[in-house]
Design a protein around this ligand. Structure first.
Ligand SMILES: [Fe+2]
Length: 211
């Protein structure tokens, strides 16, 4: 059994046992039991941590799934994931703005290179083919910016970082907060490196809170 499943079962067991204990008390109403249950459910998927928007966001990006062109410098990178709610359910109607610097650490401030506004598929999944972002002096950790909006949910602005980034000096566990750039350790993502290509892959699931 996976840790997630085990944790979820344990949490539900705790909830049920507490509920039964409380249910044994005559003063407990059904609404309190329901609130307890809902509280446990809400903890199943912690909302993704927020980050700063930064100065390089541009509205109006096209829904592009392949952001790199043949011959673009930089290590090919596939970024994929799902947009879920705190119960782990698909969020309907989500839009995912994603943008990052090129291999040399430069943003396209006139066009939409390395920018997209994606609609996840029917399973809440999104995926883009791009290149590993470069470093730039103001924020010298490689990162991808996200802005995710969905009806009935709080708009989330966040960023994804890469555990393989030399900025973390080979030890993201220790150095994830170096210079205070990454807001949260969980935003520093593991990177899979494949010899074919070669290319890299990162998974970034996004969990939205209800509005
Ligand atoms: Fe940036």
């Amino acid at each position: 059994m996976s840790n997630t499943k085990h944790g979820r079962r344990r949490m539900l067991e705790l909830c049920i046992s507490r509920s039964l204990l409380i249910a044994g008390a005559a003063s407990t109403s059904q609404s309190r039991l329901l609130a307890l249950w809902q509280g446990a459910e809400a903890q199943m998927h912690k909302p993704t941590n927020a980050e700063v928007l930064g100065p390089f966001f541009r509205k109006g990006a096209p829904d592009a799934r392949v952001l790199r062109a043949p011959g673009d410098p930089g290590l090919p990178l596939k970024v994929s994931g799902r947009v879920l709610n705190t119960r782990g359910q698909l969020v309907e109607g989500a839009k995912v703005d994603l943008w990052h610097a090129d291999h040399n650490g430069l943003y396209d401030t006139r066009g939409y290179k390395y920018r997209t506004k994606l609609t996840p598929n029917g399973k809440g999944e999104y995926s883009v083919e791009t290149v590993m972002p470069g470093h730039y002096s103001d924020r010298p950790a490689q990162h991808i910016h996200y802005l995710i909006a969905a009806p009935g949910h709080k708009t989330l602005i966040t960023q994804a970082y890469f555990a393989t980034d030399p900025f973390f000096e080979g030890n993201p566990e220790k150095n994830w907060n170096k210079r205070g750039i990454a807001a949260n350790k969980e935003l520093v993502l593991p990177v899979k490196l494949f010899e074919t290509g070669p290319h890299t892959e990162v998974t970034f699931d996004i969990v939205l809170e209800k509005a």
